[in-house]
Design a protein around this ligand. Structure first.
Ligand code: SAH
Ligand code: F3S
Length: 459
């Protein structure tokens, strides 16, 4: 089912809302979707903090609740609609509660949200967050909107409020210019723009001073980064050279823009971790063409070959879509065989979900029945589970470096607490000894599952 975009809808929140000038008002932010959204929520927290709002982690106590949302698949939107309705129930005890929807879904559904969730007070797209304090301070009977996309907005000068932890997200490029036919991102996040290398380096220096050892550079097409003479390979080297930074990651690169210079930087710079998320989407050239991905499967394979030669211990992950328009049994077989051939460490796998406004929605026939999409999805999930299990088993007996993140939510079977962290390949490692967060330790892997490595401190 696709959501209609309704024109000329009058927007009426449930109750007249007083202006929420900062004072001691508290804000709860809930984040959905990709790491870019996680990073954007940190920006929002910073912008609101600067204006005197307090950030809280308890929705029930908050004066303002903001959901930072994702529009990539319809399912993600359905979940948010359900959640907003649930949160709206808090108004019974907090009549002055302000409920806002931010991010990609706010941008995408700005016209139809008023109908589907008429109690929402605030709708704001990803380029408008600087205006949040101003808008929250306005007193109004009507919901407040700002869904203008701004070609220039890079949130320069806003220093994100980072959750304490071990990895800091740093957005280096916003928006996307690729317009893959299935994808809503270019429409909700606007045109591609890079942050200046100077700003990025300054930010990472501050992060290192705060004690973070790991940074992840973010962008929808992170390796398309270019600003003046600096390309992504230069940036990787500059960021890695900053004192205190021991691990550099990035996500997600776009296969077409993956240069030999970036491969060289990954191979030569020790801080750049040997892990790479390289979305392929499909193993069929016909499908890649209708998706307008810009590469053939032969070119993608060649890129993987070069990466594995240059960085032999690299862990590779990917995104797969099943049941995109016109996907025949043969096209699907090619995807399945590609996964068997490449043997990714893990994969994010999705059923195609038609998104209003995209080229595929307007011009192509979403002709694969839901049932077939689902069956194909189950097949690739099953295949990937067994590959991931086998790939991880190869680590048994090896010593791997782990950056400890903290206590694991699930204790061992005997009730003993466990701790978790991440290897340089980006795999989750579980250990039974207590190690302080942010420590880097070597562990010997004793057992594995398809998702984790288990181990103990190496002598
Ligand atoms: N380049 C971005 C991609 C964002 S969308 C990045 O930073 O990762 C993430 C993934 O969602 C895509 O790679 C694709 O596999 C999947 N996706 C995007 N649009 C989709 C749709 N309409 N239906 C199903 N999956 C989709
Ligand atoms: Fe989407 Fe393709 Fe850009 S998947 S984010 S349009 S690279």
């Amino acid at each position: 089912m696709n959501l209609p975009i309704l024109e000329d809808v009058e927007y009426r929140p449930a109750a007249s809302r007083p202006g929420t000038a900062a004072g001691s008002r508290s804000v709860y932010i809930e984040t959905y979707g990709c790491q870019m959204n996680v990073a954007d929520s940190e920006l929002v927290a910073s912008i609101l903090n600067e204006s005197g709002y307090q950030i809280t982690t308890a929705a029930e106590e908050a004066d303002i609740i903001l959901l930072n949302t994702c529009a990539v698949r319809e399912h993600a939107e359905e979940r948010v609609i359900g959640r907003i309705s649930q949160l709206n129930g808090l108004r019974a005890h907090r009549p002055n509660l302000t409920l806002g929807v931010l991010g990609c879904m706010a941008q995408h559904l700005s016209k139809s949200l008023p109908v589907r969730a008429p109690f929402v007070d605030l709708v704001m797209g990803p380029d408008a967050y600087r205006r949040l304090p101003e808008i929250l301070a306005q007193s109004s009977d009507d919901a407040l909107f700002d869904v203008r996309l701004d070609r220039a907005e890079n949130y320069i000068g806003v220093d994100p409020v980072r959750r304490t932890g071990t990895n800091a997200w740093v957005t280096i490029i916003r928006g996307c210019d690729k317009f893959c036919t299935f994808c809503i991102v270019p429409y909700v996040r606007g045109r591609e723009r890079s942050v200046s290398p100077g700003q990025i380096v300054d930010q990472v220096k501050r992060i290192a001073q705060e004690g973070f050892k790991e940074v992840t550079l973010l962008g929808q097409t992170v390796n398309s980064y270019r600003e003046g003479d600096t390309d992504f390979a230069d940036l990787l080297r500059e960021v890695s050279a900053i004192d205190g930074i021991e691990r550099v990651r990035f996500t997600s690169p776009y296969p077409v823009d993956f240069t030999d210079r970036v491969i060289a930087a990954m191979a030569e710079v020790n801080e750049v971790c040997p892990s790479l998320h390289l979305p392929v989407q499909s193993g069929s050239n016909k499908q890649l063409d209708t998706m307008q991905r810009g590469y053939t499967i032969e070119e993608y394979r060649e890129l993987i070959r070069k990466l594995r030669i240059a960085i032999p211990d690299i862990a590779l992950t990917t995104d797969i879509i099943t049941g995109f328009c016109g996907e025949s049994d043969e096209d699907f077989r090619l995807t399945y065989e590609l996964m068997e051939e490449i043997r990714y460490d893990s994969a994010f796998m999705f059923k195609y979900s038609a998104r209003e406004g995209t080229y595929a929605h307007k011009k192509m026939n979403d002709n694969i029945p839901e049932e077939i999409k689902g069956q194909r999805l189950q097949q690739v999930i099953k295949l990937q589970e067994s590959i991931s299990r086998e790939v991880n088993q190869q680590y048994i007996g090896q010593t791997v470096e782990v950056l400890v993140e903290g206590p694991s939510k699930r204790p061992a079977k005997d009730g003993q607490p466990r701790f978790y962290g991440r290897t340089r390949q980006g795999k989750t490692a579980i250990l039974t000894q207590e190690i302080q967060a942010n420590e880097i330790v070597n562990i010997r892997v004793t057992d594995t599952t398809s998702h984790t490595l288990l181990g103990e401190i190496a002598e």
